[in-house]
Ligand binder design. Structure first.
Ligand code: FHN
Length: 605
């Protein structure tokens, strides 16, 4: 079946004969309040986080000494007297601050919303507040930064959102005080502090700064903040703006998945995994927030930058799981976004220029995993769907003119194939027992993530594909191909499964066994010193019966990436579709193990 890739002509579908009954449109699903609130968020998929405040002045150094941890935590990790820290306000004068420039950079990056720290844990406000002089108006700068940014966002068509910290290290009424703060907590009234915080929030979301998209709460973890106060604060916010989105950190539900999207009676519209991408999607709406280096607020000595390529693939990975990516910049004390951040954002933006359709307004992949990349989905009219395949590992071409890509397990008819990045290439699609193979250009349109738009009839039908053995009858089941549950996730760093902290976490590989028999099982395992000892089981189809499973024990090495191959004995593999499952039996250290691959070698009897 030849499919044009440029003229985007799809195969002529059978024209509906005039006598066929006109299909009545399916009833529109009732839109819930949450759906109404989350609509723009789900379309946007990619936002800019901005951590900016007084902490950009010391930029990680205090009284000539480097202070560890993130730049915006310098008061805490540097054990600075809060009243001493507050004096930084007299130095706050970001003469190069230009809100339109920030918005221009976000737009060029393809980011559709900005979440900026209206007030971080240090209590300093970036707007003209009536409740305090400890704000940007009370500094030599004497400008309402958030108002200037709100106007620039309005001009630029970017949705403005506010981060707001519940925890406040400098406000006298907030408890607990920092242990080194000489002010007595006994004189503090937390209810008075909450009243102050509510008044500040009221100033921020009552219209002066335009329609605010998200109130991004944070700093909810200290014991003074309770679930009851979280519910009350969410109710207060809703009473001012029923349509504003509130994240799950307004309440105490952040840890684990319990806090996602108000699951149970937690307040909050969506989940906020931080510095990590869940191994599988989280039910409902969620957003991974991440730094480009190791700090949220600017630090002059933090040069540990992620590459733009890494972050493009993260964006694809997150969108393929139905999430948003909130990528952080930490502007310098003069108001400029660091050039290293801008350079990366421009590369990401250039990729988004060509491939943004595979991110914006998409929903999660119907595939559990794809060995060569990711997939996102978009509904089309008349019940059709478009799958965007983001190919990280482009197939090797044999004769130099084209290559073939297997779309494993896809059960739908393919009506059109288009290569974003405008290659003039006619793709041929062939249905096989394992799904569809399509021909693709010999060279990848994008070295990092090439996107192929494949239109299909109806809702996606995907059958889990099974890995087949190589020519010698051996399987090498890699971390990248594993189907995962629990906390265990794929880690690019050493191409391994890691973060295996829960005993329920499992890794599974569907395989198709042509020659039944005994197979020797080898596992590549790593654990850092004193983290060995955990036990695990490898079984066929999860059935624990003699001969169908082996048990191993983790031996620690020099690091979580120091992999050793362990011979675990043999298992019987019956013919046909099976599933190899690895599950922990015990956890001796902080995590069960890191696993890079399982090899099954035929023993020829
Ligand atoms: O303590 C903050 C940290 O400074 C930063 O703002 C991150 C961003 O999500 N939130 C808290 C740590 O979880």
């Amino acid at each position: 079946m030849a499919l044009t890739s440029v003229a985007t002509l799809s195969i002529a579908t059978l024209a509906q004969s005039p006598s066929a009954p006109i299909a009545t449109p399916a009833p529109k699903p009732v839109q819930t309040d949450l759906d109404r609130r989350m609509g723009w968020f789900r379309d946007a998929r990619f936002g800019m986080f901005i951590h900016w405040g007084l902490y950009a002045i010391p930029a990680g150094e205090w009284q000539g000494k480097k202070v560890p941890s993130a730049g915006e935590w310098i008061l805490q990790t540097g054990k600075i007297q809060p009243l001493e820290y507050m004096k930084l306000q007299s130095q706050f004068n970001p003469v190069d601050f230009d809100a339109d420039e920030w918005v221009r950079i976000a737009k060029l990056a393809g980011q559709k919303y900005i979440v900026i720290t209206s007030k971080h844990h240090d209590g300093f406000g970036l707007w003209d507040s009536r409740t305090t002089t400890y704000d940007s108006m009370g500094s030599p700068f004497q400008r309402d930064i958030l108002l200037e940014l709100a106007r620039a966002c309005e001009r630029g068509g970017i949705q403005l959102c506010f981060y707001h910290s519940i925890m406040d290290w400098t406000h006298a009424e907030y408890v607990p005080h920092r242990e080194w703060d000489p002010r007595k907590s006994e004189d503090s009234d937390f209810d008075r502090y909450v009243g102050y915080m509510k008044e500040q929030i009221r100033e921020l979301i009552s219209g002066k700064y335009g329609k605010i998209g998200i109130l991004w709460f944070d700093g909810e973890w200290e014991e003074s903040w309770t679930h009851e106060r979280g519910l009350d604060l969410a109710k207060f916010v809703r009473s001012i703006d029923p349509d504003i989105i509130i994240n799950n950190r307004v309440d105490k539900g952040r840890s684990g998945m319990a806090g996602m999207n108000g699951a149970g009676d937690w307040a909050g519209d969506y989940g906020t995994p931080e510095q990590e991408i869940p191994s599988t999607g989280i039910s409902g709406d969620w957003e991974t927030c991440m730094t480009m280096n190791d700090t949220w607020g600017f630090k002059s000595d933090d040069h540990h930058w992620k590459s733009a390529d890494e972050m493009i693939r993260m964006l694809c990975d997150i969108a393929s799981k139905g999430g948003n990516f909130l990528l952080n910049v930490g502007p310098q004390a003069n108001g400029q976004i660091p050039q290293a951040s801008i350079d990366r954002l421009m590369r990401i933006g250039s990729w988004m220029e060509t491939n943004g359709d595979s991110i914006y307004g998409t929903t999660a992949s119907p595939f559990v995993r794809l060995p060569w990349g990711r997939c996102t989905r978009k509904a089309l009219p008349e019940g059709k769907n478009r799958l965007y395949f983001q190919v990280f590992e482009w197939p090797k071409s044999i004769e130099g003119k084209s290559a073939t890509l297997l779309i494993p397990g896809l059960g739908n008819e393919i009506t059109n194939v288009r290569f974003l990045g405008a290659t003039s290439f006619v793709s041929h699609a062939t249905r096989t027992a394992d799904g569809w193979t399509i021909t693709v250009p010999a060279n990848a349109p994008d070295a990092v993530s090439s996107v192929i738009a494949v239109d299909i009839t109806g809702a996606p039908v995907v059958v889990p594909y099974a890995l087949t053995a190589d020519a010698t009858g051996k399987w090498i089941l890699t971390a990248r191909d594993a189907q995962l549950s629990g906390t265990v996730r794929f880690e690019e760093k050493c191409d391994n499964l890691g973060y295996w902290t829960d005993l329920d976490g499992e890794a599974r590989w569907p395989i198709r066994v042509v020659s039944a028999g005994k197979y020797r099982v080898l596992a590549e395992i790593a654990a850092e010193p004193n983290q060995g000892g955990s036990r695990f089981q490898i079984s066929v189809d999860g059935a624990v019966s003699a001969g169908s499973s082996v048990v191993g024990q983790v031996v620690s090495g020099s690091s979580w990436c120091d992999f050793k191959s362990i011979d675990l004995g043999t298992i019987d593999c019956p013919r046909g579709s099976q599933t190899i499952a690895v599950k922990p039996l015990s956890k001796a250290g902080s995590a069960v193990m890191n696993l890079r691959a399982i090899t099954l070698e035929p023993t020829n009897h």
